[in-house]
Write a protein that binds this ligand. Structure first.
Ligand code: 26Q
Length: 810
């Protein structure tokens, strides 16, 4: 099979494989059978490219980048692999010819939900771009047996269910026992003085865990490149022990032990509103880091005759947030204890290999581990971190007198806590933020003193998304409309979408854009009806907020606006408004009480509004449960308005904003994260911006001056909403949200929901007016698509490759 395969050849191949691999005639085959058969066909195609790619990298002794991440939110792979192999069209037609609905077949695959949200999905987009741009770059992560929980909404409340994504065979992974490595935890470290005066460290009584890799192919777009995503699974070292154990009547003790080892890759931790130092999470992090670094060194040795002094010529490691920052002391450990490098030489190598990406400035989210926990779990690593810290503090003391007083704020170990971001900054050669404003805040505020120590380390890499999945795959009709007018070059060079600017006033083209959006809205409306029984008007404005539930993302502000509209309509039922459909998708961390209250509120408002006969079809509110990559793929092509309304300064970048812009939605947002760069490109007339700026927010935080209650006292609309939350609607006790009420009035509205309420309402009024002028709206929409090429992850990866990784295309 190749991209030249014809429909008939594929039909024949499917029929044949159905017999040989599934033992069935086509007429008896289920969607699942067909799914496995198509997957197997794609795998046959991939395997040879995979091998060829690896050989090519080896032959060229290519410099490689390794992306270390606790999360890879890949979603489904069949459709995108078909697309990237150039087989998607043929497969769709072959399946239809055989009487199968392609969408139902692709739907058989369980989402690989090995991530919480933005950070994990970014990692997946980056792998796609690396392969598509012919870069030697691979991912290392954990093969969690359970991904992020599956969300159900029962009586408006979020219920979490386990996400056992491996229940049925996962056809994309290959188990590679031959590449398994051993990881050591706990035990004691013994120090010996050798004859030459140097020190040797031996570890005793450690707990040993096997890290077994499962490889997933990462397919480049029509270039026959297949890179690797290696996910580690934790297993107990050997089954020989099992015999010994049973002979010693230690069998149950042994089983218990085995179970606790397997727990290491048991489940993905949900991202909480604030950092919590759970020991198992630390184990996971070291497990990922140690297995990956060992593997990287092993493969360097296999491919190079040169000493490890030259490792930095061939290897660069990007750590996705601080979660894999133990890579720094782990690399030091291996270089010193196993490869016998001196401290200085090991430090030189390490700090030339590791690069660190920061994804947050929220102080409560920063990773700090109790020093005792690291000491017990990773005694040798702790010694190394301690030494890194001593040397760093000493350097400040000696060379940077003006920072002497600040040592407690800069030290890696301070007040018995290990600060991972400080370790990551000190132990790396590059520190980047993920959008311009975010990097500015790091440099000017959060990491100001580190910036003064290491100015050349700091740089910005504004996030991006793969336009192959997020436009070509999810919105094929829009994609082909674009190709009709500007040709297909944009697919390999997304910047060329800019040529669409020539069509922003072209009525026939705008009409077609309108038709595509409307078709997508109809499809989503049908999906919503099938899932929820709610009938939404496909002519209404689809106003979408899809992202994790966090106070700073302010879903609360959105639902306050909905309540306001509802109240207005109740007072004045004949008001002429453009019908609106408000769509929400959001998971809350299981222990994040206020976030769960907001989910409950959205669902209560939905049930009131949707069932009120007086409202008719003017307003609908839909909370779609279990928001994940596959659901995003359904919603995004149908969005008119993209809600990006975080408290300014809090959202590092956002990437959903980019996905919706690329599909022609208009952003309604604050001046935060990448919204700012979107505005710079599309201009003020093609985006709706409102609210406090980051500087204003930070000023209030530091100097006070904001009193939420003043707004409650003076704005009738606000007071009415808050009183409804406090007293219950229609006297119903059930519909009470006192915790939200108290948080706003008694904790002074920490995320400035009331402060931004009025400008937000005003912006919405502008949205409604603009939408009435179809022509102008469509022209705004096309302007957004035209500029979205800058937010392709191809651009981002190009920037990482040339300025951080110094990577060549192969
Ligand atoms: C940490 C410790 C224990 C358990 C979980 C975690 C944890 C896990 C995931 C902490 C944070 C995350 C994820 C963070 C995240 O997704 N951040 C987002 O990253 C995006 C990509 O850069 C940005 O666009 C978003 O602005 C940022 O919020």
């Amino acid at each position: 099979m190749s991209r030249h395969t014809t429909i008939n050849e594929l039909v024949e191949c499917i029929t044949e494989k159905m017999k040989t691999e599934r033992g069935k005639d086509l007429k008896d085959a289920t969607d699942k059978d067909v799914y496995y058969v198509i997957t197997s066909i794609v795998n046959d195609e991939l395997n040879s490219h995979w091998l060829k790619t690896e050989k090519k990298y080896r032959k060229k002794k290519a410099r490689q980048v390794y992306y270390l991440s606790m999360e890879f939110l890949v979603g489904r792979l069949l459709e995108s692999n078909l697309l990237n192999c150039g087989l998607l069209d043929t497969a769709n037609k072959a399946l239809q010819k055989l009487g199968f609905d392609p969408e139902k077949v692709y739907f058989q695959e369980h989402d690989a939900g090995l991530g919480n949200g933005g950070l994990g999905r970014l990692a997946a987009c980056f792998l796609d771009s690396l392969a598509s741009l012919n870069y030697p770059g691979h991912g290392y992560g954990i093969r969690y047996r359970y991904g992020l929980f599956e969300q159900r909404i029962i009586h408006g409340n979020q219920i979490e269910l386990p996400d056992y994504w491996l229940k049925e065979e996962y056809p994309w992974e290959r188990r590679r026992v031959d590449e398994a490595v051993k990881i050591h935890f706990c035990g004691q470290v013994h120090m010996f003085k050798k004859n030459d005066g140097s020190l040797e460290f031996r570890y005793e009584n450690t707990d040993q865990v096997m890290a077994v890799p499962y490889d997933i192919p990462i397919v480049g777009y029509e270039n026959e490149v297949v890179n690797n995503l290696r996910l580690w699974s934790a297993e107990s070292p050997s089954s020989e022990d099992e015999d010994v154990a049973s002979q010693n009547s230690q069998y149950y003790h042994h089983l218990d032990h085995k179970h606790s080892i397997e727990q290491i890759s048991g489940f993905l931790y949900p991202d909480d509103s604030s950092f919590e130092g759970k020991e198992l999470r630390l184990k996971q992090q070291y497990f990922l880091v140690s297995a990956s670094i060992q593997n990287i060194i092993k493969s360097y040795k296999k491919n190079s005759k040169k000493s490890l002094n030259y490792l930095p010529e061939k290897v660069v490691i990007q750590i996705n947030d601080t979660h894999p920052s133990l890579a720094i002391p782990e690399l030091m450990r291996i270089l010193m204890d196993e490869e016998h490098f001196s401290w200085n030489d090991a430090w030189k190598i390490t700090t030339n290999i590791i690069a660190y990406t920061n994804h947050t400035t929220l102080s409560e989210a920063l990773e700090t581990w109790p020093k005792e926990m690291i000491q017990n779990l990773l005694p040798r690593l702790y010694m190394i971190i301690d030494e890194i810290n001593e040397r760093f503090c000493k350097k400040i003391w000696m060379d940077h007198h003006h920072l002497r007083d600040k040592i407690p704020e800069l030290a890696i170990i301070a007040y018995d806590q290990v600060h991972m971001s400080r370790l990551a900054i000190v132990g790396s050669f590059s520190v980047n933020g993920v959008a311009r404003i975010h990097t500015d805040i790091l440099i000017k505020k959060e990491m100001k003193d580190f910036y003064s120590l290491f100015p050349s380390k700091f740089n910005n890499k504004t996030n991006g998304i793969t336009h192959r999945r997020w436009l070509l795959q999810v919105n094929p009709n829009l994609a082909s409309l674009i190709t009709d007018v500007i040709g297909p070059q944009w697919i390999k060079r997304p910047n060329q979408l800019i040529s669409l600017l020539r069509y922003t006033k072209d009525r026939p083209f705008l009409d077609k854009i309108d038709q595509v959006k409307h078709e997508n809205k109809k499809a989503l409306a049908k999906f919503i009806f099938d899932r929820t029984g709610i009938l939404v008007d496909d002519q209404s404005i689809f106003d979408v907020q899809i992202k994790r539930l966090h106070e700073y993302k302010r879903q609360l502000l959105n639902i306050f606006h909905v309540i306001y509209l509802y109240n207005e309509l109740k007072d004045n039922p004949n008001q002429d408004i453009t019908p609106r459909t408000f769509l929400f998708g959001a998971k809350a961390a299981p222990s994040y009480h206020l976030a769960k209250e907001v989910i409950k509120l959205i669902n209560k408002v939905a049930s009131i509004v949707n069932h009120d006969p007086e409202i008719k079809d003017k307003l609908k509110v839909v909370f779609l449960e279990n928001y994940n990559v596959s659901l995003a793929e359904k919603i995004i092509p149908a969005a008119d308005i993209s809600e990006q309304i975080s408290t300014a300064s809090k959202e590092a970048s956002g990437t959903g904003n980019m996905k919706m812009m690329m599909n022609g939605a208009i952003t309604l947002g604050t001046l935060d994260g990448a919204n700012i760069e979107i505005r710079d490109f599309v201009g003020d007339r093609n985006i709706f911006i409102f609210g406090l700026t980051a500087d204003e927010v930070l000023h209030y935080y530091h100097h006070g001056g904001y009193v939420a209650r003043d707004i409650y006292n003076t704005d009738d609309r606000v007071r009415r909403i808050l009183d409804q939350l406090n007293e219950g609607w229609f006297g119903s006790q059930e519909i009470e949200f006192k915790d939200i009420y108290y948080n706003i009035l008694y904790h002074n509205d920490p995320y400035f929901v009331l402060k931004d309420f009025d400008p937000y309402i005003e912006s919405h009024e502008l949205v409604e007016q603009s939408y009435r002028d179809k022509f102008t709206w469509l022209s705004m929409s096309v302007t957004n698509i035209a500029h979205s090429g800058k937010f392709s992850s191809d651009r981002t990866i190009q920037e990482y490759a040339s300025s951080i990784w110094k990577l060549n295309k192969i």
